[in-house]
Write a protein that binds this ligand. Structure first.
Ligand SMILES: C[S@@+](CC[C@H](N)C(=O)[O-])C[C@H]1O[C@@H](n2cnc3c(N)ncnc32)[C@H](O)[C@@H]1O
Length: 284
């Protein structure tokens, strides 16, 4: 199965305009592999007829929304890359707790949270390692463009295969209930996390000031101006002393200069440039 040049151009423009996702020529296989099954399950006899119908929609119609959603890559796992979670445990949470001791409140954002594993990993870490936070207001917000991913995250239900990826067995037994063949996060942990559908390229509304922002493995899909806009935007929703994590292959270098990179254990953390207690900068 292939896709015509004109249809590929239409789909890549749709993905760019609605989600800032860049699909350069050469990514035809990705479009076909994601949209072909969607076309079939939506009752179309081919990808061509599906795209034709999409092109007839006025504005950002139902089929176009479905297509954009199907073009997102929702790959994620519990405690992904591990080192950021070690840094959160060993340095950042103790630091935040000292700083916010009078308000007794912590705000954390898992931006591009996909199906929720990152946000729940943080909830489990806080519950396990910082039991004293039980009397604090801990607010973990997960946001993602994909309605389907957000729905799954809200359910907190994961297959055996999904819990096998990154979740230590003792945590599985302690933090999840068995639900048929699947596992569901326990209600007290679920209550710590709120998931919202949110497009990073649209205005960010109703967000608190965050102590910690995880914006991992999503900037890679965007062009330079969009990365810049998002990295600038995070400065407006993060406490001056807050910390930002990016994905292992992502950086602020050569994108914006308002972030300062700092070694934090075996990972890198980004801090607002010029904050009061700056540490020496290092190159990643
Ligand atoms: C590869 S996953 C990363 C998940 C998680 N942050 C991690 O590192 O494991 C990328 C996520 O970015 C989301 N995404 C892509 N474009 C987006 C946009 N414009 N606004 C919000 N989320 C977006 C996708 O839906 C997908 O769930």
């Amino acid at each position: 199965m292939t896709i015509s040049e004109a249809h590929f151009a239409f789909i890549s423009e749709l993905a760019r305009e609605r989600a800032a996702i860049v699909l350069k020529p050469g990514k035809e296989y990705l479009v076909v592999s994601r949209l072909e099954p969607l076309a079939r399950t939506s009752g179309f006899d081919s990808l061509d007829t599906f795209v034709d119908e999409m092109r007839r929609e006025l504005g950002f119609g139902r089929l176009q929304r479905m297509a954009v959603e199907a073009l997102t890559t929702n790959e994620t796992l519990f405690f992904r890359d591990l080192h950021p979670f070690e840094a959160i445990e060993q340095k950042l949470i103790p630091e935040i707790m000292a700083r916010r001791a009078s308000e007794r409140r912590i705000d954390i954002w898992s931006g591009a949270s996909s199906t929720g594993q990152e946000a729940y990993s943080i909830a489990m870490l806080l519950r396990e390692k910082f039991p004293e936070l039980c009397s604090w207001k801990v607010n973990i917000i997960g946001t993602d463009l994909s309605g389907k991913a957000v729905e799954k995250a809200r359910s907190g239900i994961y297959s055996q295969l999904e819990v096998n990826r990154g979740l230590p067995l003792p945590l599985l037994f302690k933090c999840f209930d068995k639900l048929g063949d699947d596992w569901q996060i326990k209600p007290d942990l679920k209550k710590m996390v709120e998931f919202r559908q949110m497009n990073l390229i649209e205005p960010w509304q109703g967000l608190p000031r965050f102590d910690l922002v995880m914006m991992r493995n999503v900037l890679i899909y965007f062009d330079l101006p969009t990365r810049k806009k998002i990295l600038d935007g995070i400065q407006k929703v993060i406490h001056p002393e807050g910390a930002l994590f990016l994905g292992a292959s992502e950086t602020t270098l050569n994108v914006v200069d308002c972030w300062q990179v700092e070694n934090c254990g075996r990972t890198l953390v980004y801090r607002v440039q010029g904050r009061s207690s700056v540490k020496p900068a290092v190159s990643p």
